[in-house]
Design a protein around this ligand. Structure first.
Ligand code: NAD
Length: 303
């Protein structure tokens, strides 16, 4: 670890969270619902917003089942969970939630036009002090910040799925994000019990997914050039590198469609042909072999 300015595992310190008491999460899908629960469990008054009642009811049902199971299994304290449930509200009234909130985490659908329009609306209603962050995996916040009148209070705050479990949160400023905003978002993530990775400047894919992509790209090139079989490349990752699963097993778990679409989205941003999906991934995608969810991808699964 020598040569690093920070000691391993050290928190980012300095930042103070005195200004954040109320958090609003926009979008109650896979990510937003769990991010809101993480926030409530960490002691913040939290509102979870969606465009319709159905996704909110589904989110509530799934979250309650999940945390109740955690209590039954002794992984969480019953009193803490009850208090967190009381701190979390589910609403379609976005403007009312945002009107008195300190920080908004946007986790709505991955669509630039939707996000830009959302940020314009949030900017119009949120108090001047309020920080607006996006959980987007692929859209850097400079593409959204100029839809607001407060670009210095906008950045990416990137959680990993499942957000209740995964420790990492990447905090990614765009060129106009203020140091104060980065500190506030970092401190919030740490208050959520997360391990924060701070980027100095934005880049598509941030850090974790770029590392993942580098391994995936190499695995695909070893396979596509006929150097080794899928099973052997996965075995090397598991038994030599101690990865919990190999890159091909992971692609089947995540979904070949997701892998393909993420590469296409990156290509749209970079214009770099190196961002395009590997030929073998494109072939699987075009045949509808999406991995575990369709019963076949790199491997075949019995249902
Ligand atoms: N799924 C992942 O593994 C993952 C991981 C990290 C980050 N992300 C990012 O998180 C964001 C959400 O992804 P997800 O997988 O949770 O999506 P999802 O499709 O599960 O949920 C999106 C939710 O947003 C709601 N929504 C759409 N437009 C809205 C609006 N205008 N206002 C309020 N709610 C709206 C939808 O009704 C839906 O409930 C995306 O930007 C994605 O890039 C996803």
């Amino acid at each position: 670890m020598s040569g690093s300015e920070n000691s391993a595992g050290a928190a980012h310190g300095a930042a103070s969270l005195t200004n954040v008491r109320h958090v609003t999460v926009i979008g109650s899908g896979t990510m937003g619902s769990q991010i809101a629960m993480v926030s409530a469990l960490a002691g913040f008054e939290t509102a979870l917003v969606d465009i319709a009642q159905d996704p909110l009811e589904l989110a509530k049902d799934q979250l309650w089942k999940r945390v109740d199971r955690d209590v039954e299994k002794g992984r969480r304290d019953g009193g803490d969970v009850t208090a967190a449930k009381n701190r979390l509200t589910f609403t379609t009234d976005r403007d009312a939630a945002v009107a008195s909130t300190d920080l908004v985490i946007e986790a709505a659908v991955e669509d630039l036009a939707v996000k830009r329009s959302l940020f314009t609306s949030l900017d119009a209603v949120a108090p001047e002090r309020t920080v607006l962050v996006t959980n987007s995996s692929n859209i850097v916040s400079s593409r959204i910040a100029d839809a607001t009148g407060r670009p210095e209070k906008v950045c990416n705050m990137h959680f990993f799925n499942p957000a209740l479990i995964m420790e990492c949160v990447e905090v990614v400023p765009h060129p106009e994000t203020s140091a104060e905003t980065v500190d506030t978002v970092t401190a919030l993530a740490e208050a959520f019990g997360k391990s924060v990775v701070r980027l100095r400047r934005e880049i598509p894919g941030f850090v974790a997914n770029r590392l993942l992509n580098a391994i995936r790209r190499e695995a695909l090139s070893l396979h596509d050039e006929g150097i080794a079989d899928v099973e052997d490349i996965d075995r090397a990752a598991r038994t030599a590198l101690r990865h919990p699963m190999g890159p091909f097993e992971l692609m089947d778990l995540v979904g070949i469609d997701v892998v393909y679409l993420i590469r296409m989205a990156e290509y749209e941003q970079t214009g770099d042909p190196g961002s395009l999906p590997a030929e073998s991934v494109t072939r699987l995608y075009e045949k509808g072999k999406y991995g575990r969810k369709t019963g076949e991808g790199w491997y075949t699964y019995s249902t």
